[in-house]
Design a protein around this ligand. Structure first.
Ligand SMILES: [Zn+2]
Length: 439
């Protein structure tokens, strides 16, 4: 009898090929068309015997949920990701953004980092575990969701409302962290445990219209808004150090400095540490859009200023509204909130934290795992709010420098190192096994 020649496709190659295939499916949102990715993932996962189901609010925007059922009632782990991407302008790129080309041990294309790489790694992790006959204590769930980048209610937000049992879990691993930073000669792996609230608002300033040739007798709403733009641009909140920033500072600087000293203390270790801490000490506001008259020769009676606003967890929109009122001398304007998302945190003393720490100890024993508050937000807040899930952003990356990755996300020439993709598969398998063996 001939010896059985095993097919030796490594998990690294398997993840690379799957990522290439996912990048070639254009899922730019809008319009999304994530069903392409969901069906492709279903084909891949079912070939390894993983149960899959598509959930779609509208046919072309499906979410895929796959699961290895738990053998008992152990904690469930959700590997969360999104399949949509932001747009890409091919003129800015060295390669076709939807080529999925493999060059110099990197997979190129829109979504390679945000976040089809983690989608592929999560799919390969659950598929490979299924092939090995892995029987977790509680369900191992993989959700590849639509509509994270825009958030029009087709993705995880809709899933937690319409099909909560599909994605309910005690623990969740999502995007948002996993960077390896070297600060002051020591290595730190970042785990995103909390997010600021994104709460943009509009300021509406009223005046009286008139002919632009006679400015003296009108009341120009655009001119009245000008000092508001300046004051909002100069605004710096009273600094405070929340629990995640305190833990980060303690690890990086060796102490928790006073809030007013926090940026300088972090910067003394490394400029990047200062840049990380700076927006996390308070609410930030950034005026970004303005509209007034639609005609050159008409003085506007109304000016609308749109302001991006990020609020610390534990603070409210009412507090911010009062602060803005004081900042602008309660002058003649209306403040209208546009929306509010996020502003949630998970505790850091959890079994999932220990699982992540044990992975870091395995790959780099002398490194530290540190929590971080994100200034942006991810889908994690939907499961934190709906199920009190302990949700962390962690997808380890050590070959590509974090500054390089930060520059490529949502930008031209986005690509991921195969070494990082492989490390991601290894981490997600480690996490699944770790959560399954929790007491
Ligand atoms: Zn993303």
């Amino acid at each position: 009898m001939l010896p059985c020649v095993a097919t030796t496709v490594s998990l690294r190659d398997e993840a690379a090929v799957l990522l290439q295939e996912l990048i070639r499916l254009d899922t730019v949102n809008p319009p999304g068309n994530e069903t392409r990715a969901a069906e492709h993932l279903r084909g891949y996962l079912e070939a390894s015997g993983v149960d899959c189901r598509l959930y779609a609010k509208v046919p072309e925007r499906a979410n895929l949920v796959a699961r290895i059922p738990g053998r008992g009632d152990g904690p469930r782990l959700l590997l969360l990701s999104h399949t949509d991407t932001v747009l890409a302008d091919p003129n800015e790129w060295q390669l076709d953004p939807w080529s999925g080309e493999l060059r110099d041990d990197q997979v190129w294309g829109r979504g390679a980092l945000d976040m089809k790489g983690q989608v592929a790694a999560s799919a390969v992790a659950i598929a490979s575990l299924a092939r090995e006959g892995f029987e977790p204590a509680g369900d191992l769930i993989f959700a590849a969701c639509a509509d994270e980048e825009v958030g029009d209610g087709f993705g995880l937000q809709w899933l937690v409302e319409a099909h909560p049992e599909a994605v309910r879990a005690e623990y969740c691993i999502n995007e948002g962290g996993g960077d390896r930073l070297v600060l002051g000669g020591r290595a730190f792996w970042i785990c995103a445990t909390a997010e600021k609230m994104s709460a943009p608002f509009r300021l509406v300033v009223h005046g009286r219209s008139g002919h632009a040739s006679r400015p003296g007798i009108a009341d120009n709403a655009l001119v009245k808004a000008a000092p508001f733009v300046e004051r909002l641009g100069d605004f710096r909140d009273e600094p405070e150090v929340g629990p995640e920033v305190a833990a980060f500072l303690r690890a990086v600087t060796g102490a928790v400095p006073a809030p007013t000293e926090a940026v300088a203390a972090a910067r003394a270790v490394h400029p990047l540490a200062g840049d990380i801490v700076e927006p996390l000490l308070g609410t930030t506001v950034s005026p970004t859009m303005i509209t007034a008259s639609q005609k050159r020769n008409v003085i506007p009676n109304r000016c609308e200023l749109t302001v991006d606003c990020r609020i610390l967890p534990g603070h409210t929109q009412d507090e911010v509204e009062a602060t803005i009122g004081r900042l602008l001398d309660r002058a003649d304007f209306e403040l209208e909130w546009i929306e509010a998302h996020g502003g949630t945190r998970s505790p850091t003393e959890t079994p999932l934290w220990d699982v992540i720490e044990s992975f870091v100890a395995e790959v780099e024993p002398e490194a530290h795992t540190v929590p971080l508050l994100l200034s942006g937000f991810t889908d994690s807040h939907w499961v934190r709010q709906a199920f009190e899930t302990v949700a962390y952003g962690f997808f380890p990356m050590r070959t590509m420098e974090p500054e390089v990755a930060a520059r490529l996300i949502h930008s031209a020439d986005e690509r991921i190192e195969l070494d990082d993709l492989e490390l991601g598969v290894r981490f997600l398998r480690h996490a699944a096994r770790g959560v399954s063996s929790l007491p």
